[in-house]
Each structure stands twice: as structure tokens, then as C-alpha cells.
Ligand binder design. Sequence first.
Ligand code: MRU
Length: 369
Amino acid sequence: MTKPSPARVPRRRTAARRDHSKIKTFRWTGTSLFILEQRALPHKTRYIPCRTHRDVARCIKDMAVRGAPAIGCVAAYGLALAARERNFRSVERLVAHLEKARVVLGATRPTAVNLFWALNRMQRLWGTSPLSPKGPKGLEAALAKEAVAIHREDLAACRRMGELGAKLLPKNAVVLTHCNAGALATAGYGTALGMVRAAFAQGKIKKVFVDETRPYLQGARLTAWEMHQEGIPYEVITDNMAGHLMKTEKISAVIVGADRIAANGDAANKIGTYSLSILAKHHKIPFYVVAPFSTVDMSMPTGQGIPIEERSTREVVFVGPTQIAPKGAKARHPGFDVTPAAHIAAIVTDRGVVRPVSAKNLARVAKSK
Ligand code: MRU
């Protein structure tokens, strides 16, 4: 992969035109994709230039870019890049290469369904016969256009979810969020944090409790950074403080994103979300999941079938460069867990709010495109 570069990213206003957030998770120039190196945040802001689909796949696998919708968007750009990697003499040759690239990109992270959703949507451009009548260059252009459309639609979806979600919150809301479901996890603006941003703009947010989100610390590193940039009042807490705060402070809502939502409303999200949902249920605090429809997997009847990514145990026994457990300590690292639909007060999607959460209501909202 091309080395991370602190070099400035060309300021071309393409897909991100309608996004007013200061944070650009990734930027497409028409020939390259620049991915914000999230592992360096909050201390350094630098971009990784990606010129091939393999560059993009590595960024996804190694978590330089993360968050379900963002993964889907960059994977789509990965296929747009794949089409430019050689001078393909026929559409058939280009398609053979794209199929291989699709496998490489699809093998990066298993839980976020947005990845497969985006790859499948891109594949429709070459999977239909007759093959592109405009030759390899025509297909290359169509792939880039589709990736930009996915990028734009995700931004628009986040804005819409923000609008819809903000209505669910009372004035002076104190909310608790887990992981990072913000601009950094999407094409911009965010899902759970999009709802927070929209509510803040309406003067409704008093404070956000930010779970640090062990072991990868997406909350402490990324969500806190986003809140700071926006001037939204927040406090970082360690994950084990959530119960105490729910008991002793007035928390209006728990708001999280999702990596995959099954047809019955069960929602996979960052490890720790399930425990939070139980705490919220016990304390009668509404628990909201905010996700675009690209996160809903109607082919998965319940959350039981959702594949859970097992990540490196090094991330558990180390904090940064420091080993905190004895050398040779055994550890586990499931990256996600599944919150049952019964614990979720509402799922806020770009097509509408699903409330109460049930297979029937999710199917109804799915149709209201
Ligand atoms: O492992 P990550 O950082 O990719 O996990 C991200 C999450 O769990 C987010 O909450 C989820 O993708 C929703 S992002 C809008």
C-alpha cells in the first residue's frame, strides 16, 4: 500500500459538495481515493492515498477507515479504482478483474453488511447482460459514477436520519453513545452522532456521555474528537461507568449505530452495545439505533445468523504500545454483539422511524422508499 502521507489532499469538490461538516472521512479526486487515517486520530490528521483496490482493502481490514457506512462507500470506490488499474482491452477482461477485486474487498470485515451491499450494488453494473456497450472505458466511468452516488446518498441519508431522530429527543437531553457512529463512520455527519448533531443544532442537547469503547477506543479517540470539533458538550466515560451513570444521573436516551440489522430488528453493533441495552432497559431509558437502510439485511431473519468478527487479541492485552496483561495471557476479542429487537425503542432509518421495532414495521418502512 502507498505509505500514509501527511500531504494535503486535493480540494476537489465532488461527492462531498453537500456536506458541511469539517471532517472528511475520505475524498475522491476522480483518479484516487484519500482515506483519513483514523488510527492516528485524535493526535494527527493525515490521509492515506489509495490508488488500487488492494490499498482500499488494507485500509478497511486494518481499520484506517471503519464504521459500516464508510466501509461501504470506500469499498465502492475500491471497485472504481480496480477498473483503472490496467488498460483493459475488453469488457470481459475488466469484468474478470473486477470479480477478483470484489472478493478481495469482501474478505476484509464480515459484520458490516454495508460492505456487501455496496459491492453488490456496484456489481450490478457489470453483472447484467449485455455487458457495457460503451466498452471498458464506459464501464470504468459508470463505476466511478455509481461510487460517487453511493457516497452522496449516504450523506443525504445521514442528514435525513438526523432530522427524524432529533424529534425523538426531549429538550436538555443528556445522551449516552457507544463506539463512533459519527462523520468518521459514514460519508459525513454520522448516524447516531448525526442525530446528536441535528438535536444540538436545535438546542436540545445538554451533554453527551461518550463510552470510551474498549478495546479499540473509538469513543475516546474518535467520538470525543468529533464532539470537540463541533463544540458539543461531552464527557468521556469508561465502559464500566455506564450503569452507575444511568442510575445516578438523568440520561434521556442511549443512541448507537449498527453494522447489520436483521429483518426482525435485532441489531449488531460494536461490542458492549448489548450490555448497554440491558442497562437501558433496566433503567427505563429509551435505546435508539440509527442506521441507513443499507445496514438492514432483510435476508437475515434474526440476529442469530449475523457473523461476528473476531479481531486480534493483541488489541485487548495492549493499550497502545503498552502491554497491560501478563505476557502470554489468553484473551478474546469479538468485535460486535447483537442487541435483541425487544431492547430497542426505535430504529431511525433514512426511510422512516421503525417503532415499535418488529419485523412487520421494518418491512413496512423498507417499502416506503
Ligand atoms: O469496528 P468499527 O469501528 O468499524 O465498528 C463501528 C461500529 O460498531 C459503529 O457503531 C457502526 O459501524 C455504525 S457506524 C455509523
